[in-house]
Design a protein around this ligand. Sequence first.
Ligand code: BG6
Length: 480
Amino acid sequence: MNIFIFGGTGDLAGRKLLPALYRHFKANRLSTHTKILSIGSRAIDTNEYRKFVKENLQLYLNAKEFEESICNSFLENILFLQIDFNKPESFQSMSSYARDGKRNIYYLAVSPIFYKPIVDNLSIQKLIFASSSIIVEKPIGKDHLTSVEINQALAEHFNEHQIFRIDHYLGKEAVQNLLALRFGNIIFEKIWSNIAIDHVQITVSETLGLENRGSYYDETGAIKDMLQNHLLQILCLVAMEPPTDINSESIRDEKLKVLRSLRPIEINKNNQQLVIGQYKDGAINAQPKTAYINEDGVNPESLTETFVALKLWIDNWRWSGVPFFLRTGKRMAEKKSEIVVQFKSVPHNIFDSKIMQKDNQLIIRLQPEESIKLKIMIKKPSASGFYLQELPLDLLFEDYYENDHLDAYERLLMDIIENKPSLFMRRDEVEEAWIFIDQLIESINSSETSPSKYNAGSWGPSGSDLLIASHDAKWNNEED
Ligand code: BG6
């Protein structure tokens, strides 16, 4: 097997792909015949490249994982090829490796502008075979039209089953666990609808800023960088109907139906559904953080949003009348990804009216730690009287699976190697998500909505609290 990494000297390769491949190598999950061929435009040779790989492994693996002798054997399987992505003849150097009968995986860890020239040139040099796979990263396009163009360029040379579109959130164990929680337990699925659920919150907050990606981010913003892919994918897994089986097509069919049921967002004064924000100066853990507009690569007049919160409706039987509140932002108070399922009140309170009855809440934490917490009411022990108290049933995954933590890219790479596509986005899913996002952006532009400022280190603009308060609810911001 050959794994070709286009963009082999880039950040994704150094930070994620090579460490993930090293871990598979160390655990004997890669066959001894696997070659990693890194491709880039820099004039360096394999020895220099191997130095780059070693430095990155030392930087991104934890001290226990890195072992000099294993690293040296791993490096023996790595070669570097200098290729100009725009020149067909430059791809000839790949032909002695990428032969028919071998599994050739082409990982495009490069800017999407190179997707088309790379696949065209692979085709010109006759390097694409029935057993080849192509891997592309989000964002697939900048809008619906450009996503169709990219998908079309790929489809000219590869069948859909050969194309793996990465949304790394789908590689996270906790995200996959949503399927287990929902469809492996009858207790949740029976009440997983407007019968018992009042609303759902999905939060993906980051304390990070732009991490040297200022010019990319300023062109992109939170809606396209995070909402279009990670948040909508989580939403799909929370809201989809039970698939007939765990096969990729069954799961993707159900996710697609959710995307198709999203009610378009209309922004007007009476019906507030969206808040966008941009961070200004502030502090996180007592460390001062500079305003977005002063970050490298950002236009000082920029109106790009670094935060978005919205109230979504899914127009189908199950979710009729249940709002989904989604929010994501950079430079927020805390890094966390979580889903909060807020249940309705009991239909009739049998207790003394002075007793505060709280509604059940299921909190599924995806990161930093992976946990499931169900808040329930119990009777507080007492010699007299009857008092209720809210307590959590708390499941922290690391208590059970201490050493089994897989990085998302480790899981995704193994699924690619084993040709299992369920954790990757199908063409129609990506394009459908863009249809929703295009309409949202058009609505923002036509209503001239501009981002409200929020302090770095806060939970976003105050409008976000008002948005959820309109449903008589609050974001789950407390550290528990
Ligand atoms: C990426 C976004 O897709 O996801 C980044 O482009 C973001 O802006 C990152 O920081 C967040 O991923 P994670 O796994 O750290 O939550």
